[in-house]
Write a protein that binds this ligand. Structure first.
Ligand SMILES: Nc1ncnc2c1ncn2[C@@H]1O[C@H](COP(=O)(O)OP(=O)(O)OP(=O)(O)O)[C@@H](O)[C@H]1O
Length: 304
């Protein structure tokens, strides 16, 4: 369990994280979603005890991170896959982590195997690793202490499609065994496919949170017909909303009601399905557009 309570971080005039509160529960993957510069990394760094908050508190497994007696055995953290000594080999990095946590050396080989780094790759220096290999090593470091909680900042960065699938399966398996996973991403799809719960952050503030199903369900239906005008009229006469766009009608009715209404009015339907992503995608696109516009147009140091 990870708890963030009214967490705030200011850097001079910039409020990077603004009164952020949420909980990441055991047995679930919590996706922390936001555009670049939204405050994800700063929040996760505060949770992991690397950045002191201006105000607010965080708890991991009931304690402040810095009060955990052997943090690596309880919490696996991957914040910056390159933040390791570049001259050390992957194997050395894992051996040092194992020794620090009082783990047997056999754990190193087990982790290399788990993240599919070959013995040859494990003996290369970190400076010669690709970003994807660094991420795999970072995951190995995070998991080596067999923790209950995982905190990962953009773990899919640099991974190829097979690597992304592997990562998803790994996180799913970890949560299914009762672990708590908190991962950040600036990509909606990445969060959508793996997360059970989603927290959306924009300009340092939480703008939405809930289960994935709650956030993605919008109760709207997408209907196509050769006669869109007749379809829209039939829906409106039944007291339903009907917005014509892109050669289809989107209505606030569920698919069964929309289909029955069209049928009763004698309108042939050529496609009928729940409307996609809806609210969350729309909101996220707006957030992304706003943050990109701010980056380009806002004078330095001004907050949106
Ligand atoms: N050490 C710092 N000093 C000053 N400002 C900072 C510092 N760290 C972060 N910020 C600012 O805080 C805001 C949030 O940054 P943060 O890195 O947490 O965002 P993010 O959501 O992780 O973005 P990204 O997806 O690009 O990694 C940004 O405006 C950033 O410029």
């Amino acid at each position: 369990m990870i708890i963030l309570e009214s967490l705030t971080k200011r850097y001079g005039a910039v409020t990077a994280v603004d009164d952020v509160s949420f909980t990441a529960a055991p047995g679930r993957v919590t996706g922390f979603l936001g555009p670049n510069g939204a405050g994800k990394s700063t929040s996760l760094r505060m949770v992991a005890g690397l950045t002191p908050p201006t105000s607010g508190t965080t708890r991991v497994l009931g304690r402040r991170f810095t009060d955990l007696p052997n943090p690596g055995r309880e919490v696996g953290v991957l914040l910056d896959a390159s933040a390791q000594h570049a001259g050390r080999t992957g194997r050395e990095i894992l051996r040092i982590a194992a020794a620090t946590m009082g783990l047997p050396r056999t754990r190193v080989d087990a982790m290399l195997d788990l993240v599919s780094l070959t013995p040859k790759e494990a003996d290369r220096r970190l400076r010669d690793y690709s970003l994807g290999m660094r991420q795999r090593l970072g995951i190995a470091s995070a998991l080596i202490g067999d923790p209950e909680v995982l905190i990962l900042d953009e773990p899919a960065n640099g991974l190829d499609p097979a690597g992304i699938r592997w990562m998803r399966d790994l996180l799913r398996g970890f949560a299914d065994q009762g672990g708590t996973v908190l991962l950040s991403s600036h990509l909606l799809h990445e969060i959508e496919v793996v997360a059970d719960d989603i927290v959306v952050i924009g300009n340092g503030r939480i703008v939405a949170s809930g289960t994935k199903d709650e956030l993605l369900a919008n109760g709207r239906t997408f209907v196509r017909s050769d006669d869109l005008a007749a379809l829209a009229t039939a829906l409106e006469r039944a007291g339903l909303e009907a917005v014509v766009s892109d050669g289809a009608v989107v209505t606030d009715a569920d698919p069964a009601t929309a289909g029955r209404t069209a049928h009763a009015a004698g309108v042939a339907v050529t496609e009928l399905r729940a409307a996609d992503g809806g609210g969350l995608e729309e909101m996220f696109l707006q957030l992304t557009a706003v943050s990109q516009r701010d980056q380009h147009l806002a004078p330095e140091g001004t907050a949106a």
